[in-house]
Design a protein around this ligand. Structure first.
Ligand SMILES: C[S@@+](CC[C@H](N)C(=O)[O-])C[C@H]1O[C@@H](n2cnc3c(N)ncnc32)[C@H](O)[C@@H]1O
Length: 260
């Protein structure tokens, strides 16, 4: 699966199919200053909607996006974001929380701050998503809020049988007798969930885990970092509607996540 450190470089062409039925879109939630958008998502899709509640962080993300759009103002520190200056790709910035954002209608957020890069002929903010990515931010949600967010995300996916939700979070162990476990950290009011705890919440949201991976290379004694990929558990109804070229891209996108 792609990682911030392993996704192919902006200079290396990916073997994406040439003709696509539509532009591919990702939602990056709890996005901070836009690391996942810049280093992963813009390498995989055309258009990203970046959502972050903290003013200073979302403004920094916006500044980095704007700097990428303008050759004169490019920041040496972070490097230009792929496809933005050429207007081949786009990022739209929204200041909102996971509880507040409606992935089905991002335009309903009160603070849509701006967009850089590609400008569509018609408004596309509420088009469905091919990828919803939540990295190191879902622990700030209670179980009921997380299930609501996952349900809204599931409903916002373009194709339930190919579109993806990606969860990358710290994970604790299940209990010794094999039960789900959730650990509350009162220093930052976050929850760390075990594998079974995640699986239970996915199930409640109508999702089923199809891929999981542990990120290696962290020092011992820290929580495991896990990438979990759930998909809609009742996706069979959409299979007849898929365009073959869409299917080809979806397969390619899936291969980036080692989901064959
Ligand atoms: C550790 S950072 C991760 C940022 C980014 N996902 C990354 O991996 O680089 C956690 C982010 O989650 C955001 N966050 C915390 N609670 C949130 C909430 N309820 N809704 C949306 N974002 C939240 C924080 O503002 C922060 O930007």
């Amino acid at each position: 699966m792609p990682e911030l450190c392993t996704v192919p470089s902006a200079l290396r062409r990916l073997d994406a199919p040439a003709s696509l039925p539509h532009r591919y879109r990702a939602l990056d939630v709890g996005a901070g200053i836009g690391r996942v958008t810049a280093d992963v998502l813009l390498h995989l899709v055309h258009d990203v909607v970046l959502v972050e509640p903290v003013e200073s962080l979302v403004q920094e993300a916006l500044a980095r996006g704007k700097a990428s759009a303008d050759t004169q103002r490019r920041r040496k520190k972070s490097g230009p974001w792929k496809g933005i200056q050429e207007k081949a790709k786009s990022v739209t910035f929204i200041q909102d929380t996971l509880q507040g954002i409606d992935p089905i209608r991002p335009s309903s957020s009160s603070k849509v701050l701006g967009r850089v890069g590609y400008v569509p002929p018609a408004e596309d903010l509420d088009e469905p998503f091919d990828v919803v990515w939540g990295q190191w931010c879902l622990g700030s949600l209670s179980d009921p809020d997380l299930v609501k967010f996952l349900k809204r995300s599931r409903a916002a996916l373009r194709d339930p049988s190919h579109s993806l939700i990606i969860v990358k979070e710290n994970c604790c162990a299940d209990t010794e007798d094999g039960k789900p476990q959730t650990v509350y950290d009162d220093t930052d009011s976050t929850l760390t969930r075990s594998d079974l705890a995640w699986k239970k919440l996915f199930e409640e949201a109508g999702l089923q885990l199809i891929q999981e991976q542990t990120q290696l290379g962290f020092p011992e004694g820290l929580y495991m970092v896990r990438m979990l990929v759930p998909r809609s558990s009742n996706c069979a109804h959409s299979l007849g509607t898929r365009d073959p070229s869409h299917s080809k891209y979806a397969e390619w996108l899936g291969s980036r996540f080692t989901l064959r």
